[in-house]
Design a protein around this ligand. Structure first.
Ligand SMILES: C[S@@+](CC[C@H](N)C(=O)[O-])C[C@H]1O[C@@H](n2cnc3c(N)ncnc32)[C@H](O)[C@@H]1O
Ligand code: SF4
Length: 462
């Protein structure tokens, strides 16, 4: 049986051998497979079918604005101080909500809601309240719903924290990235330690159920020693969950990253040492468990418990313990997920506004899943979340013979087994301790689109 790990085996040569560009599998097929072939009519049909299923709902709202540009940022953001922009955006976002909500059976309970960005706390209290009211005008929340928000600690006030808590938000996440001043200057994100501890104090006093913080390893000027201090400070801060992302350095896709001098970045060997120290220190000193794919949680956290029980799930909102939901997303660039379809809204404000003015749904890309995609998605998400797959579960669910259907994949897994990444038995596929760090490389074996993507420039696995 697999348990969340207290520590991981590090074999530098092996990790470097597998340090290839692989998707993060927040979706399968990955977003690189989305195309503009999907029509609005197909999406409307899919929504009607999802109403028939009465699946519970997950809702995502994208607030793209940021006050300043962090040079490492790979998110879909608009950096501006023009206060008219959010006003106009919110007007269109409200219309997007009204139109889509008219197609959704809003008696379906909402189990998850997330405001992401960009910086949701870019909005002032009045704008925040109006958006919250608009959502509540249409949707009904289950009493156990996870209602979460991402905030930027540099623009946070006590008043804001208490206000969003009073609205109903019960989970909060904020970016730290690194406590070190030299690193903070190099990435144009200076946030003194006192500010971060103050933000955490307000959050704890306000009584949020769960607090997550984000760190990034691989940033300019980071060293093993400097990041160790960041880890220790983070442990002192005492969040429930910690995400430690590998810096996705893709200046060809994110021009803001060209502000970073590549010669100041730690090399692959240094990054691996930093990662090893991070996993060891968070586990042994901090008492956190490695949940997988950059995430750590306290042993009593529901994510750790769900992973132990093999009921952990992964979707666009990250890891979750909630039963299957279908996701509707609002705002630019946001992605929705139905049982057999992904759709992505327009990426640019102009296209998003024009679609809403024309009275059509503001979708630009998407993909319809075939039966084979759905089976593979299930397998990939199970491997990514629970580090284990029971073949008989897939056989019973999809009426197939696992070893026959996946004979080519099992042959490839044999090679990974030789390298110690997985154990394949007649009944199980189990990710080993070293394999946990390379879980994307195991998941990719079941990705039929991987070969057609080999020339694309994704970020690396570690
Ligand atoms: C939308 S931001 C978080 C909320 C808020 N805007 C903030 O910065 O505090 C989401 C997180 O993505 C991570 N992130 C952004 N760009 C990244 C990159 N290029 N590589 C790895 N992680 C990145 C950061 O850790 C960041 O906190
Ligand atoms: S890291 Fe957060 S605040 Fe910084 S640019 Fe990205 S979304 Fe905005």
């Amino acid at each position: 049986m697999v348990f969340a790990a207290r520590s991981l085996n590090f074999d530098f040569d092996l990790i470097q051998k597998y340090d290839n560009p692989v998707p993060r599998y927040t979706s399968y097929p990955p977003a690189t497979q989305f195309s503009n072939d999907l029509s609005e009519t197909e999406y409307r049909w899919a929504i009607a079918e999802s109403n028939e299923r009465q699946t519970p709902l997950s809702l995502y709202f994208h607030i793209p604005f940021c006050q300043t540009a962090c040079y490492f940022c790979g998110c879909n953001v608009i950096v501006t101080n023009n206060k008219n922009m959010p006003e106009t955006y919110l007007e269109y976002l409200h219309r997007d909500i009204d139109r889509k909500a008219s197609l959704i059976d809003c008696d379906r309970p909402v189990l998850q809601l997330h405001w992401g960005g960009g910086t949701p706390n870019y909005l002032n209290l009045h704008q925040t309240e109006k958006l919250w009211e608009k959502i509540n005008q249409h949707f009904k929340f289950d009493s156990s719903a996870e209602i979460s928000i991402e905030v930027n600690p540099r623009f946070l006030t006590k008043e804001y924290i208490f206000f969003i808590k009073s609205l109903g938000f019960n989970r909060i996440s904020f970016g730290i990235q690194d406590f070190n001043e030299e690193v903070q200057h190099a990435v144009n994100r200076v946030q003194p330690e006192a500010m971060l501890f103050q933000a955490m104090e307000w959050i704890k006093v306000a009584g949020f159920e769960s607090v997550n913080v984000d760190l990034i390893y691989g940033l300019p000027y980071q060293t093993l020693h400097s990041f160790q201090k960041t880890i220790d400070k983070t442990i002192e801060l005492d969040p429930d969950r910690i995400a430690v992302f590998n810096f996705a350095y893709v200046p060809w896709m994110k021009p803001v990253q060209k502000n970073i001098n590549a010669s100041t970045l730690p090399n692959t060997h240094d990054k691996l040492e930093i990662l090893q120290m991070t996993v060891d220190r968070l586990s042994n000193r901090g008492g956190y468990l490695f949940i997988g794919m950059d995430h750590f949680a306290k042993p009593e956290d529901e994510l750790s418990i769900a992973q132990h029980d093999r009921t952990l799930k992964r979707n666009f909102q990250g890891y979750t313990t909630k039963p299957d939901t279908e996701l509707f997303s609002f705002g630019v660039t946001s992605i929705g997920m139905l049982q057999d379809m992904y759709v992505q809204n327009h990426r640019g404000l102009k296209d998003y506004y024009q679609a809403i003015d024309r009275g059509v749904l503001p979708i630009s890309l998407g993909v319809k899943l075939h039966r084979d995609d759905i089976i593979r998605r299930d397998i990939i998400m199970q491997i990514m979340s629970n580090f284990m797959l029971e073949k008989s579960e897939i056989e019973a669910k999809y009426h197939l013979n696992f070893d026959g259907y996946f004979a080519p994949e099992l042959a490839v897994l044999k090679l990974l087994e030789t390298d110690g990444l997985v154990r394949v038995t007649p009944d199980w596929i189990e990710v080993t301790s070293i394999g946990r760090l390379l879980v994307r490389n195991i998941a990719v074996v079941f990705d039929t689109y991987a070969a057609s993507r080999c020339n694309e420039k994704l970020s690396k696995a570690i």
